[in-house]
Design a protein around this ligand. Structure first.
Ligand SMILES: *[C@@H]1O[C@H](CO)[C@@H](O)[C@H](O)[C@H]1NC(C)=O
Ligand SMILES: *[C@@H]1O[C@H](CO)[C@@H](O)[C@H](O)[C@H]1NC(C)=O
Ligand SMILES: *[C@@H]1O[C@H](CO)[C@@H](O)[C@H](O)[C@H]1NC(C)=O
Ligand SMILES: *[C@@H]1O[C@H](CO)[C@@H](O)[C@H](O)[C@H]1NC(C)=O
Ligand SMILES: [Zn+2]
Length: 696
């Protein structure tokens, strides 16, 4: 057993227990939380997930007991110590009275993630930290399968596209990205090890393993995995050992691949980034190139594969799925079936491949027309993909910004969560860059007009906000509807949230706000309210006995527009009696996310840098998020100058686990400046035309 997996907990916690087959399952936590039933969900979930994993891996759970413990102050989200998994309270505990469905999903997926490590990572451990991605990517991928087994109604497997695949595209499209694997001897210092635990390892790792499982087919993937785990039980491996066992499974099952598993995977693992595949439906020509968010930034790191990938392409024509995968093996190839005439082609079905897709303009027009006439013909994951790909292709100057904006036109008729979430995420970037300019007003008007039907849809579905939507993703999208409608100034929404918050202030023992909606409602109420509302929320935050409730209030406290309150709130992060050390970075990042708080947070970080660096700089995951958080809006030459000054001032001491984040912040700021210069007018014109205010 590897030493990093040992844990000993000394506590006066109490526990719940049950037997799952021969395995003793226990959930440990503070007595009060157990008495309130907050451990019940984890207890009920663990058995089914263990069962699923035993059959997925084809190997019984290796230990006689499975303890999971919720710690009140814990830096990491969770840690897969063998047989004694440690969690933050928010991650393991679930209180149906106060926790949202997102809390519930997080609990389910994180338990599945940690338990997946009991085999992959613990029973078989990678030889060194340069291959952390395989461990974390694997557990992240399998967490969706485990959660899906425990909660089959959720469709949670689709959400990997949102929460991992497209999320990590954003980072992996920068020239400061890095390959999944690095050289063994380049990872020596503790902070170098910590830096391996980044979104590339977790999310890109999960994405490429999902792609692999898709093109091998799940049974073949499982067979190879199981034989790998059996052969190397209680010992160490390197990544290529897994490829060997998958290759054996490919041979046993006569799966036809264009080349060996390791030849395909090395392209995705040993070089950073990913391709954009361009399909020209007039000629059938298909080509690939390294996708960079800022095409003028040159890649200085050489790749042994020249930034070309072996790409599996699943596609459909006018809604009909072409059965087989078509492989793009070189920079450019021709597939005459993809010459489509008046039909549309859509590639990367369900985004099982780790790449973006671009088309000739004619095909884009046909796809947009399909969205407007009957969007349901296009699978929901791909509607989301079209929006996100278009916005990012526009960022990279491969399509026009107007084309990207036009993918949102049909949304007033779509009520599905994923397309909305992608649109809102992308428009959020527009907000960050432009909400201090004249674009703000017409943009708000446009988004308000698109979201109003969605708001009314949920009002109707919930019988005037008295019921909870049945579908998991509807519960999510209801939150989007309320949050966006309130933010963009829909009066009916603002009246509703203010009324709910007032009811709560009038009788603090009886919170009338449904847990799913609390984050949105609290934030809206803080933004609309003053000191009285803020102090009420602060006292509720300090009094909250459920960690997830405290966490919602903690984020909402950063939504006020009152500068004095924001500064006071920032100063609390220096005092662990006010804000726990584990939460300090989250508070600073939340304040920076508020238009009114951005510059305050940046000043605060600069003023207290030495304190933060010594407190968090070396040993923390979330330290890097301070840098990305406070610089997220940077889009002017003056802000770039401030950032460069800051970097120069502290270069000698280094940036610890935030070093990569600092490089990324510099690159992003430069890209933002250029983007605003190039796009502001076009965006202003488009929004203005949409709300019918354009004056000739
Ligand atoms: C990238 O390379 C081109 C051509 O070599 C050069 O003109 C350009 O300035 C470089 N861009 C950056 C950001 O260094
Ligand atoms: C795409 O995903 C949906 C929803 O998960 C599923 O029903 C459908 O079968 C998938 N399509 C393909 C071609 O795999
Ligand atoms: C509300 O929903 C019902 C069915 O649930 C439907 O018949 C009705 O037309 C809807 N009303 C509006 C305004 O959408
Ligand atoms: C919906 O609820 C609000 C607030 O509770 C109430 O004022 C309004 O009359 C209700 N509308 C309908 C149609 O029931
Ligand atoms: Zn993990």
């Amino acid at each position: 057993m590897s030493t990093y997996l040992l844990a000993i907990v000394v506590s006066d916690f109490t526990y719940l227990n049950t037997m799952q087959g021969d395995t003793l399952v226990r959930i440990w936590a503070r007595r009060k939380t157990i008495e309130q039933g907050q451990g019940d969900y984890a207890l009920n979930l663990t058995g089914p997930i263990l069962d699923f994993l035993q059959s997925y891996y084809g190997i019984p759970y290796p230990l006689s007991k499975s303890d999971q413990v919720a710690l009140p102050d814990f830096y990491y989200g969770a840690m897969e110590n063998w047989g004694l998994v440690t969690y933050r309270e928010t991650r393991l505990l679930y209180d149906p009275e106060t926790s949202s469905n997102r809390n519930k999903e997080t609990t389910a997926t994180i338990i599945a993630h940690e338990l997946a490590h009991m085999w992959f990572g613990n029973l078989v451990t990678l030889r060194w930290w340069n291959e952390v991605w395989l461990n974390e990517g694997f557990a992240s991928y399998v967490s969706y399968l485990g959660a899906d087994h425990a909660e089959p109604d959720w469709n949670v497997k689709d959400l990997i596209v949102l929460d991992d695949v497209h999320r990590v595209f954003a980072v992996d499209a920068l020239t400061s990205s890095h390959p999944l694997t690095s050289e063994e001897d380049s990872i020596v210092l503790p902070e170098q090890i910590l830096e391996q635990f980044d979104t590339i390892s977790y999310s890109k790792g999960a994405a490429v393993l999902r792609m692999l499982s898709d093109f091998l087919s799940e049974p073949v993937f499982k067979e190879g995995l199981s034989s790998y785990l059996k052969q190397f039980s209680y010992s160490n491996t390197i990544g290529s050992d897994l490829w060997k066992h998958l290759q054996m499974a490919v041979r046993n099952n006569n799966i036809s691949l264009p080349c060996q598993v390791d030849s395909i995977m090395n392209r995705w693992v040993l070089q950073m980034g990913f391709p954009v595949v361009k399909i020209d439906t007039t000629t059938g020509k298909i080509s690939q190139k390294h996708f960079l968010l800022d095409p003028e930034n040159n890649v200085t790191v050489k790749s042994p594969y020249k930034y070309e990938w072996i790409v599996p392409v699943r596609w459909m024509k006018n809604g009909d799925v072409s059965g087989d995968i078509w492989w793009l093996m070189e920079k450019e190839a021709v597939n005459l079936d993809m010459r489509s005439g008046s039909s549309w082609i859509l590639a990367n079905l369900n985004v099982t491949g780790y790449y973006r897709v671009n088309y000739d303009l004619g095909n884009w027009e046909r796809l947009l027309a399909q969205l407007l006439s009957d969007h349901q013909v296009i699978p929901v994951i791909n509607r989301a993909q079209l929006v996100d790909d278009a916005f990012n292709l526009a960022r990279a100057q491969l399509v026009s910004t107007t084309l990207a904006l036009r993918t949102t036109s049909y949304l007033s008729r779509d009520t599905e969560f994923m397309p909305w979430q992608f649109a809102l995420d992308n428009l959020d970037y527009y907000n960050l860059m432009l909400d201090r300019t004249e674009v703000y007003q017409p943009m708000q008007e446009y988004i308000k007009s698109q979201v109003t039907p969605l708001f009314l849809h949920y009002k109707n579905m919930t019988s005037n906000w008295t019921h909870v939507p049945e579908k998991h993703t509807d519960q999510y999208n209801q939150v989007n509807a309320v949050q966006t409608a309130c933010e963009t100034g829909l009066t009916e929404c603002q009246d509703l949230t203010s009324m709910w918050f007032k009811q709560w202030m009038d009788s603090p023992q009886l919170n009338p706000i449904h847990p799913n909606l609390r984050s949105a409602v609290y934030c809206s109420a803080m933004a609309a309210g003053g000191e009285r509302e803020w102090q009420f929320a602060w006292s509720q935050f300090k009094a909250a006995s459920v960690a997830s409730e405290a966490s919602k209030l903690m984020s909402a406290l950063a939504c006020t527009n009152n500068v004095e309150l924001l500064n006071m709130y920032l100063s609390y992060t220096l005092d662990p009696a006010m804000i726990r050390k584990q939460d300090a970075t989250a508070v600073i990042t939340a304040v920076a996310g508020n238009k009114a708080g951005q510059s305050l947070a940046w000043d605060f970080v600069r003023d207290h840098w030495n304190y933060m660096f010594t407190q968090y700089g070396v040993g923390s995951f979330s330290f890097a998020s301070i840098i990305s958080g406070v610089t997220a809006r940077f889009s002017t030459p003056a802000e770039l100058q401030q950032l460069e000054d800051f970097v120069a001032e502290h270069e000698a001491a280094g940036f610890g686990s935030a070093s990569l984040a600092v490089d990324q912040a510099l690159e992003k700021t430069k890209a933002n400046i250029k983007w605003v210069q190039q796009n502001k007018q076009e965006i202003l014109d488009w929004f203005t035309s949409q709300i019918g205010l354009q004056k000739s």
